[in-house]
Design a protein around this ligand. Structure first.
Ligand code: G3P
Ligand code: MG
Length: 370
């Protein structure tokens, strides 16, 4: 294995840092990509700050960082880690509301939202199915799975007396849904409901005298996706569908049911500005922790975003407007979604073989442009 070589000695407090994507750059599922561990160790030994910025999710930051540290054999902490749903923790306006959380294994995302992010009433599609199996009869084959983690609902479905009926105030897709059918059914029911009361239908749906032909015009719950990725690089040799696959398939359903009405929703994650701003804040705080009170004399001029997905990692870094004035450069590797020899849909600063080559290129670039 190539050990990490570079002829450049970085300054005491480098004016540059790194943001590393995870899947397809450091890992394929939980298997380290050759050179990844060495590269992170070299950066830590050289006091060059970095964070991990992933569109993955589905468990708490603490658990994910522990898994990553173990897989990569490198010390990591949550202060240098951002996953797709981490910014949801800041949405305090829903902390005392009832929210539906979708995606991930078992009730892991429910636990993240509740125990780690402070959301007080978190419901999952599994909770709803176990209380009302007829809501999607075909999920009966998964009853044992859902029963293994489902929790009682805060309120029953009671269309006859809404004040005692289950009302969902917002819908969050935290990670890739496992059961697209049940999740799509409940999502559709809520977006067609009266104000989020499950088991009701809004009389405004299809009313052409209203905006969007009456769809989502009856204070239905807001919809938030944490990750736009259509494809991601897992252990299989071909790219696999990501959370974006679920979103696109649901859009198809919505179009069929509403005959093409708009579907208002919010997506965070890479490539969106909100996620990059959140990540830069975390990187700057981590840098302060590394070097103590770094002042104006040690500005962070450059951040090198190393990614395998042109639509999220590269487009995000290229479009990112840093409120702190740092310049983000995008480095595309060939170990993940992007296939060597294909034209990237968004032009990176440079294309290199892997994460090790990415860091070697960046250190030279930082030296050159100091
Ligand atoms: O579900 C994870 C996938 O969408 C991509 O993760 O680490 O490559 O941003 P990552
Ligand atoms: Mg990736």
């Amino acid at each position: 294995m190539r050990s990490f070589q570079t002829s450049v000695t970085p300054p005491k407090i480098p004016d540059f840092a790194f943001a590393f994507d995870v899947d397809g750059v450091l890992l394929r599922s939980s298997t380290p990509i050759p050179g990844a561990s060495d590269t992170l160790r070299y950066l830590q030994k050289s006091n060059i700050p970095f964070i991990l910025l992933t569109n993955g999710g589905g468990k708490s930051e603490t658990e994910r960082v522990a898994n990553l540290a173990e897989s990569l054999g490198v010390e990591l902490d949550t202060g240098m880690f951002v996953q797709s749903h981490t910014p949801f923790a800041e949405m305090k306006e829903y902390h005392d509301k009832t929210v539906l959380v979708m995606g991930g294994d078992y009730d892991k995302c429910q636990t993240v939202a509740g125990e780690h992010y402070g959301f007080q009433n978190v419901v999952t599609p599994g909770d709803i199915f176990c209380a009302y199996p007829d809501i999607w009869p075909f999920a009966k084959v998964f009853t044992d799975y859902y029963k293994s983690f489902a929790k009682p609902l805060p309120k029953s479905i009671n269309p006859a007396s809404l004040q005692d009926s289950l009302k969902i105030d917002a819908i969050f897709v935290y990670s890739d849904p496992r059961d697209w059918a049940l999740d799509s059914t409940i999502l559709l029911d809520l977006l067609l409901s009266r104000s989020g009361y499950l088991g009701t239908l809004s009389p405004k749906n299809g009313d052409s005298s209203l905006p969007n032909r009456g769809y989502q015009q009856d204070s239905q719950p807001k919809l938030y996706y944490s990750n736009p990725d259509l494809w991601w690089a897992a252990s299989y040799h071909l790219n696999r569908l990501g959370q974006g696959g679920f979103r696109e398939s649901f859009n198809g359903l919505w179009n069929a049911v509403t005959k093409g009405a708009e579907l208002e929703h919010t997506i965070i994650g890479k490539p969106y500005q909100l996620t990059y701003e959140f990540a830069e804040k975390r990187l700057r705080r981590h840098r302060k922790q590394l070097f103590g009170q770094v002042g104006l004399n040690d500005p962070l001029r450059k951040v090198y975003m190393v990614g395998d997905n042109t639509e999220s990692d590269i487009r995000g870094a290229n479009n990112y407007q840093s409120p702190h004035g740092s310049e983000w450069k995008s480095i595309l590797v060939k170990t993940g979604v992007h296939k060597d020899g294909t034209e990237p849909s968004c032009k990176p600063t440079v294309i290199v073989d892997d994460v090790q080559a990415a860091v070697q290129w960046a250190i030279k670039d930082a030296e050159k442009t100091r």
